[in-house]
Design a protein around this ligand. Structure first.
Ligand code: FAQ
Length: 325
């Protein structure tokens, strides 16, 4: 819900109090409301990183569009990758409501000054990877993003509603593809297991560093941007995925994974946090390839941006002439 300021502008303390009360009451902060600089910066950082992830995230699966095994699978994959472009656009728009400039955010990504999710720096080696990305990566995205539908910043929370609906659909298509492959030949089942083995740990890393090494979590949770800690969401993902793996007939590659009766949750092993650091700092298996592809797409798309800008200017001039006539 939008917060309104009284006709007489309150002093700085009043603004801060008003902001704090809005957060405490679980109401929404809207673009025209006063907000602390740190809140604005944190949101721009997180939303931009999220938007970049959706756009870079088109690449690993996009590589399989021309190699999909049937027209049906090609159409499904096309639609999914296109949805991810849409998610990137909603998120860039949400960042713009905070005063960020989309061209600047793109420049920051291309120049390596802003991050995108670690998960998209791993290669897709077989068509089973498309299914496992849907199942694990979209599954992890849902665990992480459903609570963001209740994030304190209105435009971000609203963008997440549609994104989550689409991610849910993506997760199901991935799982359905894997069910089909598991009903196929031994070679197909082996492809699925191999993809599961390669994507499991990187998927757990998507949730970010452990809570005691997450510098942003405490403040983001106090501001109700994030609703749960990285470790809590990782645990939810494991608990959700284990029964799905059983049903599918694959083994998750973690010898420490077991049900803990006392906690009512699964125990599981520790991801390789050094690997996460390496991937986040640009040294993952595909970082260079992903960034190179993004830079090329940006350069090759320059004429589209110029044409769209010229068209918008012409429309605006026509509208002005029309109004003057
Ligand atoms: N990769 O203090 P924290 C998708 C950075 S979309 C890279 O815990 P925070 C859809 C973090 O930015 C996937 N960097 O940070 C799809 C921070 O760096 P900074 C993306 C990471 O923000 C599916 C530093 O480490 N989802 O999958 C990662 O409180 C299929 C310290 O970390 C979102 O962006 C990482 N994994 O929590 C598309 C969701 N983890 O900025 C295609 C929204 C941490 O201080 C196909 N974002 N870092 O220099 C969030 O929920 C949060 O930003 C976290 C990180 C949880 C990712």
């Amino acid at each position: 819900m939008a917060t309104t300021h009284s006709a007489e502008a309150p002093d700085r303390d009043g603004l801060q109090e008003h902001f704090d009360a809005t957060i405490t009451r679980d109401q929404r902060i809207e673009p025209r409301d006063w907000m602390p600089d740190g809140y604005r910066k944190t949101l721009i950082r997180q939303i931009a990183q999220h938007a970049h992830s959706e756009i870079i995230g088109m690449q690993p699966e996009g590589e399989w569009i021309t190699k999909a095994p049937s027209l049906r699978r090609k159409a499904i994959l096309f639609a999914k990758v296109q949805d991810e472009a849409g998610h990137g656009l909603y998120l860039y728009s949400a960042a713009e409501t905070l005063g960020a400039d989309r061209a600047d955010l793109t420049a920051r990504l291309i120049e390596g000054r802003q991050k995108y999710s670690s998960i998209f720096n791993y290669p897709t080696l077989s068509f089973a990877d498309v299914g496992v990305i849907g199942w694990f990566v979209d599954g992890a995205a849902i665990c992480n993003q459903v609570p963001l539908c209740r994030s304190s910043y209105g435009p971000y929370a609203r963008a997440m509603v549609r994104i989550c609906k689409e991610e849910s659909f993506h997760q199901r298509q991935g799982y359905e593809l894997l069910l089909t492959m598991m009903r196929g030949t031994d070679a197909q089942r082996a492809m699925v297991q191999d993809a599961v083995d390669r994507w499991w740990w990187p998927s757990l890393m998507m949730f970010g560093p452990p809570d005691d090494a997450s510098p942003n979590s405490a403040q983001s949770m106090a501001w109700k941007i994030k609703r749960h800690s990285n470790d809590e969401l990782r645990q939810r993902f494991v608990d959700m995925t284990v029964p799905q793996a059983d049903k599918l007939g694959v083994r998750l590659p973690d010898p420490e994974l077991r049900w803990n009766e006392e906690r009512g949750r699964h125990d599981f092993g520790t991801p390789d946090w050094d690997e996460l650091k390496r991937v986040i700092t640009g040294n993952g298996p595909c970082n260079d390839r992903r960034m190179e592809r993004r830079r090329t797409a940006h350069e090759e798309g320059a004429w589209v941006r110029e044409a769209a800008t010229a068209h918008a200017a012409k429309q605006a001039a026509r509208a002005k002439d029309g109004a003057a006539a």
